[in-house]
Design a binder for this molecule. Structure first.
Ligand code: HEC
Ligand code: HEC
Length: 265
């Protein structure tokens, strides 16, 4: 007994160190495991948190665009001024004369071109001309916006072209888009695809195709006015008949309606 007691109390320093370390190690291990567990739980939650954050970020990012689209769909497009169009689109080539573009404010570059006349220049700017891309490469520009940019540029270099005003603009757009007016032959297909829905049977009070009486007074307003009304919408007639068509296509369709219902283009 005494022997063994002596043995117990006479632990070597090594034994003491081992037991002390073991005594410390056990709780440390427990703490370590608990920490691991907590971290593990946090880790599991992390992807959720970032997903939510990412979703929120995406929503925030597309919000202005979505709002813009909604605005665009409901509000009539606000035509940009010549200077706005020039600054946004044309300046990239016409400021420094890239690809041989006539330079802004350079009379020498523009004199001969101005001599061609405003209508020709507008037509070239809309349709493209050699290295000059159609609409300066921005297909979203309306004919009127391009026409205004042409006037703005040419006038900077000595011309005194009158840029189309919003209402007169539509007639000018017709001019630029397909000669004096839209092309009735080309307009038939556009009519059948986009306008017949209402105009064939007279839906919503639309003047019926072939009904001379329904068209007589309208035709007497003249083609340009009809085109303007069809462009902007009138009464129950939505702008462009609600169709996603170009100004030129609309001009053709109106020309077809005009020509087929007693008008003479
Ligand atoms: C990618 C370069 C580029 C952009 C962008 C550009 N142009 Fe041009 N433009 C040219 C070049 C090159 C010419 C000269 C073409 C030629 O005469 O062969 C030119 C010529 C013209 C002419 C003269 C046409 C003629 O008959 O002499 C007009 C008008 C014109 N551009 C208008 C515009 C308008 C308006 C815009 C913006 C909506 C625009 N351009 C954007 C390159 C460009
Ligand atoms: C959703 C039905 C609907 C569609 C589609 C439609 N229209 Fe109309 N349109 C009308 C109605 C209704 C009127 C009569 C509006 C009024 O005078 O109040 C009208 C009138 C017109 C007029 C006469 C405007 C005036 O000043 O008297 C023209 C021109 C015209 N539409 C052209 C078109 C063309 C071109 C298309 C196809 C691109 C088209 N419409 C598609 C409903 C429609």
């Amino acid at each position: 007994m005494a022997d063994s007691h002596a043995k117990m109390t006479q632990a070597t320093p090594r034994e003491i160190i081992v037991s002390v370390l073991a005594g410390l190690f056990a709780p440390l291990l427990a703490i370590f495991l608990i920490v691991q567990l907590v971290l593990g739980i946090q880790d599991n939650h992390k992807p959720d948190a970032t997903d939510e954050a990412a979703q929120q970020a995406t929503v925030d990012r597309i919000k202005p665009f979505a709002t813009l689209v909604a605005l665009d769909a409901n509000a009539p497009k606000v035509e940009k001024s010549g200077q706005e169009v020039y600054d946004a689109v044309c300046t990239s080539c016409h400021a420094a004369g890239a690809l041989g573009a006539p330079k802004f404010d350079n009379k020498g570059d523009w004199a001969a071109r101005i001599g061609k006349g405003y209508d020709t220049l507008v037509k070239h700017a809309i349709e493209g001309f050699n290295q000059m891309p159609a609409r300066g490469g921005d297909g979203d520009l309306s004919d009127v916006e391009v026409a205004r940019a042409v006037a703005y540029m040419a006038n900077s270099a000595g011309a005194s072209f009158k840029a189309p005003e919003p209402s007169a603009a539509v007639a000018a757009a017709g001019t630029a888009a397909g000669g004096a007016t839209g092309n009735p032959a080309k307009g038939k297909a556009v009519y059948e695809a986009h306008c017949a829905a209402c105009h064939a049977a007279g839906v919503a009070g639309a003047p019926k195709f072939g009904d001379k009486a329904a068209w007589e007074k309208r035709i007497s307003q003249g083609y340009a006015t009809l085109l303007e009304h069809a462009t902007k919408g009138i009464g129950a007639m939505p702008a462009k008949g609600g169709a996603d068509i170009s100004d030129a296509e609309l001009a053709d369709a109106v020309a077809y309606l005009y020509d087929s219902n007693g008008g003479k283009l």
